[in-house]
Design a binder for this molecule. Structure first.
Ligand SMILES: [Zn+2]
Length: 331
C-alpha cells in the first residue's frame, strides 16, 4: 500500500520542480518562482513553488502537492507518481518536514545577514530623515500625540520614511512602507522594521523580508531579577520604559495580528520576579498572556485604569499616574 502522507512529508516540492524546470527565476527561504510551463507562459513568472505545494497564479491556475506536480508535468497517473516519489531516486529530504506545531516550538532566527545590512541602512536613513526638515510632522506626532521624549525616540532609533500613507519606497532592495519606522533589535540582530502609517485602514506594516513574528520587541532590555512589563504596542512599551525605567523592563509583542511569543524568548521570562501583562481583551491578547502564564507563576494581568492602552493612559493622566499604577501593581 502507498503511504501518501509519508511520501509527501519527505519531498521538498522546490527541489522536485527545480529538477524539472532548472534554476528558479527567484528564490527565498519560503518559495521559488518560475515561468509556468504547464501553460507555456511567456511573460511573467506565475508558478510559485513552496516546500509542500505549488501553484500557478497565472492563466492555468493549477496547483497541488508533489504528487500532483509529477502527474501534471510528466503526465503520470496518481499511482505512477507515488511510485516515482517513493522509489528514492528523487531528491529526498534529509529529515522529514516538521508539522505546524513542531515548527512553532522551534526557536526563531533573525533574517539573513544581507537583509540585516540593508535593514540597518533603512533604519539609519529613516532616523536622519526624522531629524531633518522632512521629519518635522512625524516628530510632532511622536512628541505631542504619543508623548515620547527626545531621549526615548533616540533610544528606540525611531525614524521616518517620507511619502503618502499608501506608498512604499524601495531602499537598498527592500520594500519599505512610508511612515514612522520602528526597528526591532534583539540578540545582536535586526529582526524587522515596523512602520506606522499616518492614515489608512491598516496602520502598521513592516519592511518586506523581516521576521518580527519571531522577535520580542526590546527583549535586550530585560535584566535578570527585574520585573517585566509585557504589552502589545511598541509605543506602549516605549512609554512604559520612559516612565518606569528602573522599575520594570518593558517588552512588546507588537501591535498587529501576530500575538505569539516565540519559544526563543521564553528563558528571558523565567528569572523575572514579577511579570505584568497588559494585553488587549481579545482572543489573541489572551493567548499571549496564557502562554507566559504557563511558563511562570509570576504573571499578573493588569489593565489600565483609564484609556485604551498604556500610551492613552499616559496622555490622559500623565507620567506620575502611570508610574504610581506600575508601582501599585508590583507590590
Ligand atoms: Zn500556469
Amino acid at each position: 500500500m502507498i503511504d501518501v502522507t509519508r511520501i509527501k512529508e519527505r519531498i521538498d516540492c522546490r527541489t522536485l520542480v527545480e529538477r524539472d524546470l532548472g534554476r528558479p527565476k527567484y528564490r527565498n527561504n519560503t518559495y521559488s518562482t518560475y515561468k509556468c510551463s504547464l501553460h507555456n507562459e511567456e511573460k511573467g513568472f506565475s508558478l510559485v513553488v513552496y516546500e509542500d505545494h505549488w501553484r500557478c497564479f497565472g492563466k492555468c491556475g493549477r496547483g497541488g502537492d508533489a504528487i500532483a506536480w509529477l502527474q501534471a508535468y510528466h503526465s503520470l497517473s496518481f499511482q505512477e507518481a507515488c511510485e516515482q516519489l517513493s522509489s528514492g531516486d528523487l531528491p529526498q529530504l534529509a529529515h522529514p518536514r516538521l508539522s505546524r506545531q513542531q515548527k512553532s516550538q522551534m526557536l526563531s532566527e533573525p533574517p539573513d545577514a544581507g537583509w540585516q545590512e540593508a535593514a540597518q541602512k533603512v533604519a539609519h536613513q529613516a532616523m536622519d530623515t526624522l531629524w531633518g526638515r522632512e521629519g518635522k510632522r512625524a516628530w510632532r506626532y511622536l512628541e505631542e500625540e504619543r508623548g515620547l521624549t527626545e531621549d526615548t525616540i533616540i533610544r528606540a532609533g525611531l525614524g521616518y520614511v517620507p511619502g503618502d500613507y499608501r506608498e512604499w519606497q524601495t531602499i537598498d532592495g527592500l520594500k519599505v512602507p512610508c511612515g514612522i519606522t520602528i526597528p526591532w533589535f534583539a540578540d545582536g540582530a535586526i529582526w524587522g522594521i515596523k512602520v506606522r502609517r499616518a492614515a489608512g485602514e491598516q496602520r502598521y506594516h513592516q519592511v518586506g523580508g523581516g521576521n518580527i513574528k519571531g522577535c520580542l520587541y526590546l527583549a535586550d532590555d530585560i535584566k535578570p531579577g527585574m520585573p517585566i512589563f509585557l504589552t502589545e504596542g511598541e509605543f506602549d512599551a516605549l512609554i512604559a520604559g520612559q516612565v518606569g525605567l528602573g522599575l520594570i523592563c518593558p517588552v512588546s509583542i507588537g501591535s498587529s495580528a501576530n500575538k505569539r511569543i516565540n519559544a526563543r524568548w521564553f528563558k528571558k521570562f523565567i528569572a523575572a520576579p514579577r511579570i505584568l501583562a497588559r494585553m488587549d481583551n481579545d482572543t489573541a491578547g489572551e493567548g499571549a498572556a496564557s502562554e507566559i502564564e504557563a511558563l511562570s507563576s509570576a504573571v499578573r494581568r493588569v489593565q489600565v485604569p483609564v484609556g485604551k492602552d498604556v500610551n492613552d493612559f499616559y496622555l490622559l493622566a500623565g507620567a506620575i499616574a502611570v508610574q504610581a499604577w506600575i508601582e501599585a501593581n508590583l507590590e
